[in-house]
Design a protein around this ligand. Sequence first.
Ligand SMILES: [Zn+2]
Length: 129
Amino acid sequence: MSATLYDAIGGHAPQLRRLQAAQAADRLPHALLLSGPPSVGKRMSAIALAQSLLCHNPLMRANDCAVACGVCAGCRKVAADTHPDFRRVEKQEGRTQILVEQVRDLIHDIALSPLEGGGASPWWMTLRR
Ligand SMILES: [Zn+2]
């Protein structure tokens, strides 16, 4: 079994298993809020999930959960924040919150068809204090 980004995330095994099981059952919610103190793995978890959705060669685990290979073009683009079907919205430098305009842009982009992925575009938003 190859190590994946999911494997590198420490301390959140039950939550990650629930995410993977929801994905395997094609029952991922339309939105997820990953909250918690800084540096607990929220960003890594979101990237791991996005990679598993956009991976070209997902690895199947014994529990029927697909995890990203981490090396294909889709995985590398998500990691580099250059995948056309992956949006990351974060507070802009010097701002205390995500701007309404950022959310409007995101809503516009979500309505577009995926450019590379077969399904709906995954996206995520990070709110930091
Ligand atoms: Zn991949």
